[in-house]
Design a protein around this ligand. Structure first.
Ligand code: FEO
Length: 400
């Protein structure tokens, strides 16, 4: 038995056997300031079962954790809840090493895994409502297509009330603690919100439907064992309620101003717009894009009622950092926001048309815009202040 890693017991029969990635800071464009974990779970039933695996380079760490509990070759089944490579990257090697009796995935999971690993995997399909007899324990399955990949699936350990929810309810947070209630609650809330804003937001309608269906199923769930970060075991209704609220995307009396600036003019305009909002009783967060990661901008936007975008014009285009943020936000399909735009320019001012194209593509109501040639004087700053007040009135109107 290997003794250089620790497997954490999370219920009578389940051990966390995943891996902690303390050093990752970029997860395909998502800033992971606090690292992450890849959670895999070992169920010590009559039929010993592994739920998900880990990123390829962490396979040895996972196998060492498993070996502190059981000889890995004794694993009978593997269930793949999600085919993205942070959970399946080591799957072919793990299968070769332990030679399980069966490997299960959803219908779409089988397609996606076979596309990732052509001719390497033999997979059995499980569908919503089906169960798998582990001898003394039972697994049941719920396909959760597009939450957030076509293959995504929930698996439930019925007798112990453990919901293995893959990415859903997870967070990119590397900790020595395995349970969320052992961590600082504000950090858990922020990182769970960040995960929702950057991964699940485009699928909010499906999230709402899933939560309704889960409620109808009246399942006895006591542990939310997701695939990233510390696990929820006490008060699991709290993260479920967070998801319900985020999925609703109800308007909030808070505005987000994002901008970049070349010589400070657009920044001065941002300040005046912000003061207009504040003077009308709407809270403001300003994020100069040059110092703010797109994933953190998306997190702030999750609980806002307005998006206000400012850009200089550079070489007949949007400033590149503003383009990056808008491309990213557009992909996340935020709802129920009003918007406005502003900026300073020298001659062409092409940035305004380009910002509008993004706002229109997102189907956001545009309250107004302020254009300023070169440096804003008192008139331009007064127009910005007024624009802030107009946006504030729209935000407050949407709350009623
Ligand atoms: Fe954690 Fe969608 O992978």
């Amino acid at each position: 038995m290997a003794e250089f890693y620790h497997a954490a017991k999370i219920s009578d029969s389940v051990y966390w056997v995943g891996a902690i990635d303390w050093s990752i800071r970029d997860f395909h464009g998502y800033s992971t300031h606090r690292g992450t974990t890849y959670n895999a779970y070992l169920i010590m039933a009559d039929k010993i079962t592994l739920i998900d695996t880990v990123k390829k380079q962490f396979k040895e760490e996972m196998m060492a954790r498993i070996a502190t509990v059981i000889d890995p070759s004794k694993i009978d089944y593997i269930v793949s809840n999600h085919a993205e490579l942070d959970h399946s990257g080591s799957l072919p090697e793990v299968i070769r090493e332990i030679n399980p009796e069966k490997v299960f995935a959803s219908t779409q999971g089988k397609k996606v895994l076979n596309a990732h690993f052509p001719d390497e995997l033999e997979l059995d399909v499980v569908k919503t409502g089906e169960t798998l007899d582990l001898g003394n324990l039972t697994l049941s399955f719920i396909e959760t297509r597009m939450l957030h990949w076509p293959d995504s699936m929930f698996t439930i350990l019925v007798e112990e009330g453990v919901l293995f929810s893959q990415d859903a309810f997870g967070m990119h947070l590397a900790t020595s603690e395995r349970f969320a209630d052992e961590c600082k609650s504000d950090i858990v809330h922020y990182e769970t919100a960040k995960y929702y804003a950057n991964i699940l937001l485009p699928y909010s309608k499906l999230v709402k439907n899933l939560l309704v269906n889960l409620e109808k199923m009246n399942l006895d769930i006591r542990i939310l064992a997701h695939d990233h970060g510390p696990i929820f075991r006490s008060n699991i209704s709290e993260p479920i309620e967070w998801y319900r609220q985020w999925a609703e995307q109800k308007p909030v009396d808070r505005a987000l101003i994002i901008y970049d600036t070349m010589w400070g003019s657009t920044a001065r305009m941002a300040n005046a717009i912000g003061d207009g909002l504040i003077s009308s009783g709407v809270k403001v967060k300003q994020m100069p894009i040059g110092g703010s990661h797109r994933a953190d901008i998306a997190t702030e936007l999750l609980e806002c009622g307005a998006l206000i975008v400012g850009s200089p014009t550079l070489n007949s285009n949007l400033f590149p950092t503003v383009a990056d943020a808008l491309v990213y936000i557009k992909g996340l399909r935020p709802q129920n926001l009003v918007s406005a735009l502003f900026g300073s320019y020298g001659w062409g001012g092409e940035a305004f048309r380009q910002i509008r194209e993004y706002l229109d593509a997102m189907k956001l109501e545009v309250v107004g815009e302020v254009r300023c040639q070169y440096v804003p004087g008192n008139d331009a700053l007064a127009d910005c202040f007024s624009l802030g007040k107009q946006v504030a009135e729209k935000v407050k109107g949407a709350l009623q």
